[in-house]
Design a protein around this ligand. Structure first.
Ligand SMILES: [Zn+2]
Ligand SMILES: [Zn+2]
Length: 123
């Protein structure tokens, strides 16, 4: 019990320190600096618990797979840097769903991923 709580707090701390979508491998790598005993199974289990608690949510991309980010930020888009393989959150939305979808399509939601090079890799 005590151990699980520590692991979960470490994972939440990882997301506080790295405020962007993180894959399981990234959570594991950063989390191990805080709690050495973390392994992939404990990370998966705690990520699921944090999603169930509404503290994290999944960001799923067809080829990048599943990442996790903190909840409570409202609708936003994502940017993926091909150089450092980091995903970033882009605030806001300039997409007009009604203009993009042809007649007859009922849009319920959208997710936008931009790809490119992030500012720290451009330098
Ligand atoms: Zn980058
Ligand atoms: Zn949007």
């Amino acid at each position: 019990m005590r151990r699980n709580t520590t692991q979960r707090m470490a994972i939440e701390e990882v997301f506080r320190q790295n405020d962007r979508p993180l894959g399981v491998d990234e959570v594991l790598a950063y989390g191990r600096k805080l709690v050495e005993s973390l392994n992939q199974a404990t990370v998966y289990r705690n990520l699921k618990l944090l999603v169930d608690d509404g503290r994290l949510k999944r960001v799923t991309h067809p080829s990048l797979g599943t990442m996790y980010e903190r909840t409570g930020k409202g609708h936003h888009h994502h940017f993926y840097c091909r150089a450092c393989n980091h995903a970033y959150e882009l605030p806001g939305c300039a997409l007009n769903e009604d203009e993009i979808a042809p007649d007859g399509f009922v849009v319920e939601d959208h997710d936008v991923f931009l790809f490119g090079i992030c500012p720290s890799c451009v330098r």
